[in-house]
Write a protein that binds this ligand. Structure first.
Ligand SMILES: CC(C)(COP(=O)(O)OP(=O)(O)OC[C@H]1O[C@@H](n2cnc3c(N)ncnc32)[C@H](O)[C@@H]1OP(=O)(O)O)[C@@H](O)C(=O)NCCC(=O)NCCS
Length: 207
């Protein structure tokens, strides 16, 4: 599966002004919570680095602007809206961004492996998805589902039962199926790997 990614340790962030454009900085200043600010900045730095290496332009040529409708940001390269598939995630001190230049869609998700309450398990996962047990299994399953909803561009505005991941294979129902079909029913490859010790990480790429 072809994608490129960049990991940023949020403890080693450069000053925001060296990363953000004027427009990005204006939005950054509206964020109130320090954790949110750090994650938002780290996500931008990670994406700018990976895009910069791909297009061979300085990070100042790359802008990532918030998108009001669904939360998925917009990527601009040299001031032009780019169709390069990208995705951002952050979790427990790290931000990760990935691009899939040869694909049509990408979604990624990083989560720290941790115990979850039973209600979380039954609220978010359809019984058919629960083919295993334990913190690592459930956190991994969660990252797979989130990677897929990010690939769709909906995030969790969608009913989480309508996007299922059964033994690594995505399945769509209801509105999620309609959205998947509206994207041209891409073939989705799902990869789960150890990116950072103690975390689950999944990448969904659609062609
Ligand atoms: C997209 C979504 C799934 C993000 O989940 P998350 O685990 O909270 O956050 P992550 O750090 O993995 O990802 C956040 C990034 O996803 C991206 N994103 C947001 N909306 C998106 C969308 N509709 N499509 C694709 N990507 C999106 C953004 O880049 C965002 O980072 P940014 O705001 O700094 O730019 C979010 O829409 C959502 O619905 N979150 C709810 C999570 C939840 O309920 N968790 C409970 C159990 S752990």
């Amino acid at each position: 599966m072809a994608y490129q990614l960049e990991v940023v340790d949020l403890q080693t962030l450069p000053p925001a002004t060296s990363v953000l454009s004027e427009r990005e900085n204006a939005f950054f200043q509206t964020l109130k919570l320090p954790k949110r600010k750090t994650e938002w900045l780290g996500g931008r730095l990670a994406l700018k680095r990976v895009v910069s290496a791909h297009v061979r332009l300085p990070i100042q040529a790359i802008e990532i602007l918030p998108h009001a409708e669904n939360g998925k940001p917009q990527l601009l390269i040299g001031g032009e809206r780019s169709m390069l598939p990208f995705s951002i995630t952050h979790s427990n001190g790290y931000a990760v961004a990935a691009i899939a230049p040869q694909a049509q869609y990408i979604g990624i998700d990083l989560e720290k492996i941790a115990p979850r309450i039973n209600a979380w398990k039954t609220d978010f996962f359809h019984p058919t998805e629960l083919t295993g047990e334990g913190d690592e299994f459930l956190t991994t399953l969660w990252t797979q589902k989130e990677a897929i909803v990010k690939l769709l561009g909906t995030g969790l505005a969608i009913n989480s039962f309508e996007v299922r991941c059964v033994n690594g294979t995505p399945q769509f129902f209801g509105r999620a199926l309609q959205i998947y079909q509206s994207l041209g029913s891409p073939a989705i490859t799902l990869e789960t790997r150890t990116l950072l010790e103690g975390f689950a990480f999944s990448v969904a790429v659609g062609n």
